[in-house]
Unconditional design. Structure first.
Lengths: 242, 242
């Protein structure tokens, strides 16, 4: 029996680009939504942890796509959490097509932060209360890779706007992915490729700041570093595109 | 009996802003998605009209909200089309809350364009084939108002990126609404208000162009005019916020 819960999706017209394949960000958005929904369903979602003045924050994530599904294709996301530690909760994902064949996979590392101090909280009480939802099936892909400082060659600026920020009052993960995807040459994004995306969040960014999205290309890797207007690193990412 | 079809929604965490109410753009996105879905279901959607090398394009729209629903609230969108003419198809919407009380309404005018000439096609054959889906219930709100040229006072620039463009290869309606919402002062957007939005599309804009989103405030109205880098008007809008 396969562990975890399964969520059904269809590639809707609003999800596709001009090639009529799903945008990377549409499926990534559903991975993130499923993480929230599944935690909520199992009793440790944002609403539940907010009672103790905590919130979930994504720390690192790796996402792999063998290909992007086409308009009106069905796909499923199966997700489960594994035993990790006092500071990091690991959630895994497998994405399968209408024939139950994998088309992508992901693994993510989450922290719980105290909303007053913005510092990590101890996960032990939360994880104790949801033992039955923790499985030992390992991650379906390599863990998020270490991402060092990037000597960026090109940069675009982005003023943080209302639509970028979420209920946590900081820029939403999906928006960072979108900023980076939109910095890539359109032919790299829209042509069929195998993609592995590694994300590493360092610091929150908030309304009113202006971000600099710097990047460089090294062989088949696009390395990104996003900084705020004080020069602090907000996040790093690598898009491996084959 | 109420005419048209009804679609169910819930305000998901990804739809809300930091006030935990739905973003305007989340519900507007669902109005546009419902228009597409409902046309598809009734046999005259984008896929069907593309067989004759046509596509649907939104020309004008008026949207009213009494208030924005809260996170996890259920809401319904009822939609139907009315008899109009050879060039314009009118689609109406009523948005109701979990108690079946209206919280918003909209009316929209669509053209079918030929994908080669980008000129309007005659709607008569399409409308003849779907007589049974045309109802005489009038629009639930005032038709889209005439919007004249705007003497803009303030402007922000937006370079059109990959994520802005849709299957039609032009900037997606929702993205224009988002650009304008993000130009408004955040306290105007995020505080509870009654809102009426009038949209008037003049010309397509495409990948590679840079848009100028100009606006001015006149009493309770924010008037917008978006132009491309040749100075051509792309769309006009009015946000009446009370």
């Amino acid at each position: 029996m396969k562990v975890g819960n399964v969520y059904d999706f269809k590639v809707e017209p609003q999800d596709v680009d001009f090639t009529l394949r799903s945008r990377l960000t549409a499926v990534c958005g559903n991975l993130l939504n499923v993480a929230g929904q599944d935690a909520h369903r199992n009793g440790f979602g944002t609403v539940a942890v907010m009672r103790d003045n905590n919130s979930w924050v994504l720390s690192r994530m790796a996402i792999e796509f063998d290909y992007m599904p086409n308009q009106y294709d069905d796909y499923k996301i199966r997700t489960w959490i594994v035993d990790s530690g006092r500071v990091i909760s690991v959630r895994n994902f497998v994405i399968t097509n209408g024939n139950d064949e994998p088309l992508g996979r992901a693994t993510s590392q989450w922290c719980m932060i105290n909303l007053s101090t913005r510092r990590p909280s101890d996960l032990t009480p939360v994880l104790e209360s949801c033992r039955q939802y923790i499985f030992d099936e390992p991650a379906p892909c390599e863990a998020p890779r270490k991402l060092g400082a990037v000597e960026t060659e090109t940069a675009v600026e982005h003023r943080i706007v209302y639509s970028d920020i979420d209920f946590n009052r900081h820029v939403n993960t999906l928006r960072y992915i979108e900023m980076m995807v939109d910095a890539l040459p359109i032919e790299v994004v829209a042509e069929p490729h195998k993609i592995r995306l590694d994300l590493h969040f360092v610091k929150e960014s908030i309304y009113g700041q202006t971000l600099t999205i710097g990047y460089r290309c090294e062989e088949d890797k696009w390395l990104f570093e996003i900084k705020d207007n004080d020069g602090a690193v907000i996040c790093r990412a690598s898009f491996e595109i084959r």
